[in-house]
Design a protein around this ligand. Sequence first.
Ligand code: UFG
Length: 327
Amino acid sequence: MKVLVVGGAGYVGSHTVRLLLAQGHEVWVYDNLSLGHRESVPAGRLIEGNLTDRALLMQVMRDKEIEAVMHFAAYALVGESVQHPAMYYQNNVIATFELLEAMRAVGVWRFVFSSTTATYGQPETMPISEDTPQNPINPYGFTKLVVERALADYAHAYGFGVAALRYFNASGAASDASIGEDHDPESHLIPIVLQVALGQRPHISIFGTDYPTEDGTCIRDYIHVEDLATAHLAALQKLQPNSVLQMNLGTGVGHSVQQVIEACRKITGHPIPAVIGPRRAGDPACLIADSSKAQRELNWRPKYVSIESIVETAWKWHQSHPRGYSS
Ligand code: UFG
């Protein structure tokens, strides 16, 4: 299939691009490189452009005879979304509508969308299934939920076939360490802990040890970025006109912050000093996926089931790219 990957120079997008190419798809990456990395895009596949440039999007889709769009381009930091909601609604919602309208104008109907566990807010019951009510508690979650709802309407009214994939905590790196996670500034747990092991930070700060969990630290469901990529390909094959797929993507196993740090100590052999700090605003205590729907309907299974195996790939990436893509 001829696939336009919007935001394909970013973390999850770049890993999906690799897999699409490996499986014989014709892939074009559309990215403005505001957060993405040129180095992560295979040679000759990058088209630089903004999501708000509807005319360019239409031209690209026509010229390249695009049959499907995967949309990864978004801001995705909860705290930042609380401080700068306008930026989030502008980029994640308004700009996304430019993309959808460009697709509608040229008749492209297949759409795979990066959604998030943040659309659920703080559910009372675990694990989280697709039937769990979506009550986001921050602007980031709202922006993704707005687009999910719009996609259902576009499917119904305009014949789009859409998949909204609700990621839990994307983590790890390509198994050959050629691409991986590189955010500036970095805010995610595993890369920060590994930066301590590399000697780039003195310690990891644990954001709260008074949560109602076994060891008092927050629990998350860490899902390997290559497993996310396989789910995207499976969803792409499943798309039908006038249809909506909504799937949680996680392993179904939760790990506390303490357990993640312990796994990193084991893999790196570094003592990784930890300092207990206050809670980070907006962090839910526990988020674990029920991904049985994706397993059933996409015939998808995460390959990386242990936290150690995920950290191992991230560690290889960070060791070989201690300064990320600018190494
Ligand atoms: N944490 C620390 N210290 C750090 C960084 C993180 O203790 O220096 C903790 C956080 O408090 C949290 C856990 O580690 O409990 C994981 O934090 P991340 O920042 O790695 O990930 P989040 O769970 O906050 O964020 C993820 C995605 C977001 C998404 C969010 C939805 O990265 O895009 O889940 O809840 F919005």
